[in-house]
Design a protein around this ligand. Structure first.
Ligand code: SF4
Ligand code: SF4
Length: 113
């Protein structure tokens, strides 16, 4: 008899009423081009850190949009700041700078609302 149990996955909806948008706002203030990201994954495909570790720069962008600061603090240190991601982005987003701003924002005591 096969096991017909189901895996209940976590909702990936963004709760805009409750999530902490301060880090996202900080990044967008200095790198507004991130607003045009289409999550194509081109940056991830070329990422040096992604070739050596589980780092996924596209996922970093999604976590930023979802206010998942814990995930970001764990993952962001894997970036080597080589800049390859920025060279291939079809939207001309300086995604390397986005990663740098996340790192800076996370180290700040207070972020503006
Ligand atoms: S390559 Fe550019 S548009 Fe595509 S996911 Fe990365 S940052 Fe977004
Ligand atoms: S700068 Fe960071 S995110 Fe971009 S390709 Fe290099 S290691 Fe990956």
């Amino acid at each position: 008899m096969s096991n017909l149990s189901f895996l209940k996955t976590k909702s990936r909806n963004i709760d805009y009423d409750h999530f902490d948008s301060r880090l996202l706002n900080y990044v967008l203030k200095y790198e507004p081009s991130f607003l045009t990201c289409i999550s194509c994954g081109g940056c991830t495909a070329t990422c040096s850190a992604g070739n050596l570790t589980s780092f996924n720069v596209r996922q970093i962008g999604l976590s930023l949009r979802r206010g998942e600061t814990e995930v970001l603090s764990q993952e962001i240190r894997k970036c080597m700041f080589c800049g390859k991601c920025t060279l291939v982005c079809p939207r001309d987003i300086n995604i390397r700078n986005v990663v740098l701003l996340i790192k800076k924002g996370l180290s700040m005591e207070e972020l503006e609302d």
